[in-house]
Each structure stands twice: as C-alpha cells, then as structure tokens.
Design a protein around this ligand. Sequence first.
Ligand code: NAG
Ligand code: NAG
Ligand code: NAG
Ligand code: NAG
Ligand code: NAG
Length: 542
Amino acid sequence: MASKLYKSKPFTFSFILLLTAFLFLTINYIRQVHTEFQNESLKNPGWFDVVAPYIRHEKINIGLVNMDGVVDNIDRGRGLQRRGSTVKVHYDLVADYIKWEDLFPEWIDENSPSKCPEIPMPRFEDYKELDLILARVPCSRDDERSGLRDVLRLQVNLVVANLLVRSRRKNNGPVFAVFTGACIPMWEIFKCDDVLWHKGNYWVYKPELTRLKQKVLMPVGTCQPATPILEPSGQEIWRKYDNKSKSHTLPQPREAYVTVLHSSEDYVCGAIALAQSIIQTNTTKDLVLLADVDRISQYSLKGLRAAGWNIKPIRRIRSPHSKRQSYNEYNYSKLRIWQLKDYDRVMFIDSDLIVLKNIDKFFNYPQLSAVGNHKHIFNSGLMLIEPSICTFKTLLKKRFVVASYNGGDQGFLNEMFPWWHRLPAKLNYLKYFNTINDQLHEIPHDLYALHFVGLKPWMCYQDYDCNWDSLENHIFASDMAHERWWNVYNGMSKKLKQYCSLTSEMDARIQTERANARNATFVDGHWKIKVKDPRRHSILIS
Ligand SMILES: *[C@@H]1O[C@H](CO)[C@@H](O)[C@H](O)[C@H]1NC(C)=O
Ligand SMILES: *[C@@H]1O[C@H](CO)[C@@H](O)[C@H](O)[C@H]1NC(C)=O
Ligand SMILES: *[C@@H]1O[C@H](CO)[C@@H](O)[C@H](O)[C@H]1NC(C)=O
Ligand SMILES: *[C@@H]1O[C@H](CO)[C@@H](O)[C@H](O)[C@H]1NC(C)=O
Ligand SMILES: *[C@@H]1O[C@H](CO)[C@@H](O)[C@H](O)[C@H]1NC(C)=O
C-alpha cells in the first residue's frame, strides 16, 4: 500500500499541474471575452444608462429629431439593442425666408393680431408613445457672445417640447430629451433645473411637464400676445389644446412684486411711490424689495418698510460691460431676483414705474414675459420671471462672455432670453413721444402701469415736468403722465412724503435748465409756469 501510494504521487502532481494550466487558460479566455464585452463600441451610450433605470416597461421608444447624418452610437450597446426601438420623426423644415424679425416684430396690433409665421410640426398622433427624444440642436453660428436668434434652432426645440408634452406612454412614466451637438437646447424652453446628466456633447433632460406645457402654449414669437397659462378657475388651460390630457388645478402659486435698490438713494422715493401705487390696487401678492444695505441707509429702509415693502438684503452686482462710475454700473444687481426661490413667479418692476390698475392677473404667464421696447428687444423695466438658482448661477457666469448692447441689464437679459413672450404694451407704458406733430404728449387713460423714462417726477416740481426744459429730454415730457405720478404722491402719508423731498442739488439743476429754456424761448412755454410746489419751502441741503 505504501509503495503504491508513493508510486501514484508523480501522477497526482502532474494532474494538478495540468489542471492549473487549464484553469489559467480558461480564466484568460474569459478575461478576453469580458474585455471584448467591455469594448467601447459594444457599450451603451452614457445617456442610455442614465435614462433606462427610470423606464419601467421593457421597450424604450426613442424618437429621432434632426439626427440625419449624425454619426451616433444609437445602434450599439447591448442594452440599447435589446430595449430600444427608434423612429425617425418627420416634419417639414421651416421656410428659409422666415427670419427671427418675422417672429419678433417690433409692433403688433394687440387687439386683432395677425397670425404668426408657420413653424411646421410633426403629425403628433404618429408619435404618441415616445419615452425619449434624441435630438441634435442645429447651430448656424456657434457664437457665445450673443443670443442665438435662429429659427431652425427654435423649430427643433419646439418639436421636441411638443412631442414630450403629448407623449402617452404606458404607466404615465417620465419622458426624457437627450440633446446632442455643439449647441445646448434653448434654456428658455428646456430649463437648466431639468438637466439630469451631462457629458461631452450629450445633455439629458427630465423635463417638468407642467412647466413645459406652459411654454408650448406660447406663440412661436412675439408676433402674437402671450397666452395665459391658467383659466380663471385655476385649471390648466392646456386642456383646451389637448382633449386627452387630464387637467388638474395647480396649487396656489407663490407670487410677489419685486424691485431693486442697489446704488443710490435717488430712487427711494420712486420705490415708495411704486409700493403705494400697487397697494392702492388691492393686490393680493407680496411686495419684496432687494436692497444693498451697505448703500441704502437705515432711514430709507425704514421708509420703504413703512411703504409696504418686505426688505431682503443683497450685495450688488457689477455689470462687466459698463464704464466705471456710470449710471448703470451696478444694474446687474437685478439678476438677484432669480434667487427669490420662495416664489414660483416674480413680477419685477423698476422703481421708476407706478401701477395704475390692478395687474395681479398678469402673473398668469411664464418666464420670460415682458413688454416690447424696440425691434426684437423687450424692456426690462417690468418682467415676469420664475426664480431658479441654476438660472441665477448661469446668468452670473454668462455675464462675462455675453455682450449687452447698452452695458445694462436690459441688453444682457435680451441676449440671454431671446425667446420671450409679449405682454400688453399698456402694462409698461414708456412715456416717450417722438412724433414731431404731437405737441401735447398725452398718454392713454386706460394704462396698467406707467414707466417714467427721462427725468423722474420727484426730481422735478410737482406742477412742472422739467423734461420740457431741455431738447434732450423733451421727448420724455408729459404733463399728463407727470400728474399721474403726483396723484400717487398726494395719496401718501406725511411721513412717506418726506422721502420725496426736493434737494438743493435737484433744485439747482431744475433752475439752470429752466433758465436755458426761457432764454431759448422754447415754444411749449412750460418755462413760463409759476411754480407752486410746496416742497420748495423745505429744500434739503444735499
Ligand atoms: C471592438 O470591436 C470592434 C468591432 O466589433 C473591433 O473592430 C475592435 O477591434 C474591437 N476592439 C477591441 C479592443 O477588442
Ligand atoms: C377637443 O374637442 C373639441 C370638441 O369636443 C373639438 O372642437 C376640438 O377641436 C378638440 N381639440 C383637439 C385639440 O383635439
Ligand atoms: C380696494 O378695496 C377697497 C375696500 O374694499 C375699495 O373701496 C376700493 O374701491 C378698492 N380699490 C380698487 C382699485 O379696487
Ligand atoms: C440702470 O439702472 C439705472 C438706475 O437704477 C436706470 O436709471 C437705468 O435706466 C438702468 N440702465 C439700463 C441700461 O438698464
Ligand atoms: C441766451 O441765448 C443767447 C443766444 O440765443 C446766448 O448767446 C446766451 O449765451 C444765452 N444766455 C444764457 C444765460 O444761456
């Protein structure tokens, strides 16, 4: 037995040796197969692995928008091959004679607006089962310094948005948009809050559909007035456009009127009058004032609080494109309204406006709704916006690269929000009279809010609009508008009126210009008025 055992030892030894070699080869082989499996061209694209876990049903329907000729990894990846099912979305391209200016005309007849140019859409009923849309955003100019006002780019964004809000996928699961290409989607439509994942040239969005529906409801440009987003009952208006969708009443939104004081005390009186004018309309909204408390005195803050504002302290923001010491050096402080995340919607109003009629119903529009200024530009003196921290951060980052035609916030915001929605001109009426024959400079009686461009009423006399006194400001002069502002003033308490005192500096400036007007015997003859403004008896030494 012992010798037999001894004899078999070499055999056992070589057997183990063989087995080890075999195992070694097998492991190597498996490793090789595994490497092949991990081969880049067999992997799912990153965006697919991000989206797939959210979708509970087996087949993932993928719509392709503007993906022709794009080398994409749509066919590869085992998971994608097994679960994905792609369909190309067909639609006619927008006619190439349609330009941005056609969608954003300077002026429209608000009472009977003509139709907007047509931006063709797919036949939605052919694509109602999509889970995901893979789209390439066209980029004709990859110019980061200006707003991309590109009609084809708008069409692709609108096609994707419209398909997503109409999707009727099983289980009412989430829907996704995956954008590729050198340009990101339009953030006016696809909010930065909805970005789920981003790598290289791929951006995955999981859009909040309530908001996306509101955007899709808007006309394609300012060629027509903006559409309200809720019915008076609080129901989504979307239902009217899509019979199959269930409408629901949205929770009561949190909304506020907001203004900003960032650099000088010159506008404290304006902000007080603005608050008082809003309160006189019996508003139900909050009033919030952002104040740089290093520059606005405690005394002024006290008055502003008494006038009705809730004060939120801020630090001002410099405009990178404005000259040092210029009047608009810190106008970018206005960007801080996007930080007000306690509110769903904010109606920003500059301190040189007053409200004349209740305008609470104009909260019923999405970001960014405003009134036209000139060409395709909106006036940033009154804007409806939706606070969002990522929007705020993006604006702060972009302010260094995106230009502003006037160095101020208006130029910058127009580049950042080229796709905006038109509110009635009477909501931000710019008293500006450039027709030669118009000597009276009258304003309509039924205005919602009046914007005092030019010299501010409280920097003139109560019975005398000093804009008449210089050729430069003549276009802003209007006795009728001036009177509307002083009506608000006259309704204020004695305590609040103190904040609108005449200073020696203002008085000296008025007198100089008035003397010039008298000397030049301006035909409007306002320089002849015998001024009775009682504020002249208690001039503050400035
Ligand atoms: C990956 O797969 C492709 C095609 O299947 C093949 O051409 C390539 O050689 C593979 N690469 C590696 C590293 O195995
Ligand atoms: C919804 O239904 C009404 C009548 O019930 C019809 O007039 C309207 O065209 C429908 N709208 C859509 C978008 O299908
Ligand atoms: C505001 O409410 C008061 C008291 O209810 C009312 O007398 C006044 O007419 C209202 N003002 C407006 C502009 O509706
Ligand atoms: C900048 O702000 C000042 C005062 O706050 C205002 O008078 C001016 O119109 C603003 N300028 C621009 C270009 O927005
Ligand atoms: C008044 O106008 C005349 C010319 O019309 C000019 O020579 C003179 O300097 C002016 N005086 C003042 C004080 O501006």
